[in-house]
Design a protein around this ligand. Structure first.
Ligand code: PGA
Length: 245
């Protein structure tokens, strides 16, 4: 197993390391392609990157971004849409041009789904591939929204959200019945094509799934376990998330 494991004394310490990695990538390669994630885990990372932009002149002017996923059936302006999340937490506070920002659509008609997903894959390829991919991990072991059963070579597609994933999202949507039932996600294969991958997990609530992803045999029932085979993947954990290892 080549995966690198980093256990930090605090979430803040982990975030600082990841932000520094991204900052040095962007300083060395201003046209870097970043793969971005949503959820509660990366919010402090975006805060730190915004700080580096404001206080240390880190520029995202030539950076291109691709987000992992997007709910289906919400307007972009919906507070829980990932388009809205990313602008609120990150894009509105840095100098990235709007044209360099990519997320899957949030209201893609069924008839257009295949071509929309293939165009997303093609846009990643045309940009030169993802240099640095950020990931969280869900309680189902998902990366992006690659729920159990997602093959290692899966590509961008529309998937049905797992019951556990919808349950976890229910509080922020104000009830389970408000949570979308499907989403477009980069596939496991799309994610694994990134040159460098950093999965962040914080808190004891993530300990058991982190243990499964790292310590058990690779399985499509835990899509994060596919990272074990990636040549440049790391897990950045706090003590809580590492407590079952
Ligand atoms: P979280 O979600 O960052 O809100 O814990 C992680 C995920 O579902 O990938």
């Amino acid at each position: 197993m080549s995966i690198q494991l980093h256990i930090h004394s605090s979430r803040e310490a982990a975030i600082r390391i990841v932000a520094q990695e991204i900052a040095s990538l962007v300083r060395n390669k201003p046209e870097a392609v970043l793969g971005l994630a949503t959820g509660s885990t990366p919010i402090p990372l975006y805060q730190e990157l915004v700080r580096l932009h404001r206080e240390e002149g880190l520029s995202f002017r030539h950076v291109t971004t691709f987000n992992l996923d997007e709910y289906q059936g919400l307007d972009r302006s919906h507070p829980e849409s990932y388009w809205n999340f990313m602008h609120r937490h990150f894009f509105d506070h840095i100098d990235i041009p709007a044209a360099n920002i990519h997320l899957p659509g949030s209201r893609v008609a069924e008839a257009d789904m295949l071509s929309h997903c293939m165009a997303y894959e093609e846009a990643i390829r045309a940009a030169g591939g993802i240099d640095y991919q950020i990931l969280g991990i869900g309680r189902t072991g998902h990366i992006g929204f690659n729920e159990p059963g997602s093959p290692a070579d899966s590509v961008t597609r529309c998937i049905h959200l797992d019951a556990i994933t919808r349950e976890d999202a229910a509080p922020s949507f104000g009830g389970l019945d408000q949570v979308p039932t499907s989403a477009i996600t980069m596939g496991c294969g799309t994610i694994l094509s990134a040159r460098t991958i950093t999965l962040m997990a914080f808190g004891e609530g993530k300990a058991e799934i982190v243990r499964k992803a790292l310590r058990e045999p690779i399985t499509d029932q835990v899509s994060a376990s596919f990272l074990q085979n990636h040549p440049a993947a790391s897990f950045q954990l706090d003590l809580g998330a590492a407590s079952a290892l």
